[in-house]
Design a binder for this molecule. Structure first.
Ligand SMILES: [Zn+2]
Length: 202
């Protein structure tokens, strides 16, 4: 079995944010993964698939950008599974390492663009790029026990809490752009009024 079961995922964490939520605060415009807050005491992030380690990014503990420290595992069907915002990466996990379901990849954290400790789990199909992300739920659904058909990803998802939201740099947001536009309009109005006033007085 290449993927951990749905029950395993749910047993290991609570979903705090689902895939695909549209929000201009995300760099891509929507949430490209699923956020989980793990409930195991050691906060160990375990691999949910077997595969080969494709990418390891460390040294991001001071960074508030992107995924922070993260690991990408490639499974045997060309799916890339990204584990983001790690506090630390297991030193045994290096590019090219083979992993099985349950192998420790690192410790849950809040590095990168994150507001609280959580695991950002992202699945990319065919190519290791954010634009290739798909809903991870479809993989877990395939892996889960058929007697659990009534359980859906949405049912188990809690409302979005203080952990799990990646927020892009304020200046990248639509809000900042809007503010800039309003300021430009105000400056324009001021200049117009000043011109009218001076022509009246003159
Ligand atoms: Zn996330």
């Amino acid at each position: 079995m290449a993927w951990a079961s749905w029950d395993t995922i749910l047993g290991s964490g609570k979903v705090t944010n689902t895939y695909g939520k549209n929000n201009s605060r995300y760099a891509s415009g929507s949430h490209t993964g699923v956020d989980l807050v793990l409930n195991n005491q050691s906060k160990t992030v375990q691999s949910y698939t077997s595969g080969t380690v494709e990418q390891v990014v460390t040294g991001q503990n001071g960074s508030k950008k992107g995924y922070g420290n993260y690991v990408v595992v490639k499974d045997d069907k060309n799916n890339y599974i990204l584990y983001g915002h790690l506090d630390s990466v297991n030193p045994n996990i290096q590019k090219g390492s083979r992993v099985s379901v349950g192998n420790p990849l690192g410790i849950m954290g809040s590095t990168g663009n994150s507001t609280g400790p959580h695991l950002h789990l992202e699945v990319r199909q065919g190519i290791n790029k954010q634009s290739a992300s798909v809903n991870p739920a479809m993989y877990f659904m395939n892996a889960k026990n058929s007697s659990d058909d009534t359980v859906s990803w949405a049912d188990s998802a809690a409302t979005v809490g203080p952990t799990g939201e990646e927020i892009v740099n304020w200046f990248q947001t639509d809000g900042a752009l809007l503010l800039l536009r309003i300021m430009l309009v105000l400056v324009g109005l001021f200049l117009l009024l000043a011109t009218i006033k001076s022509s009246l007085l003159g």
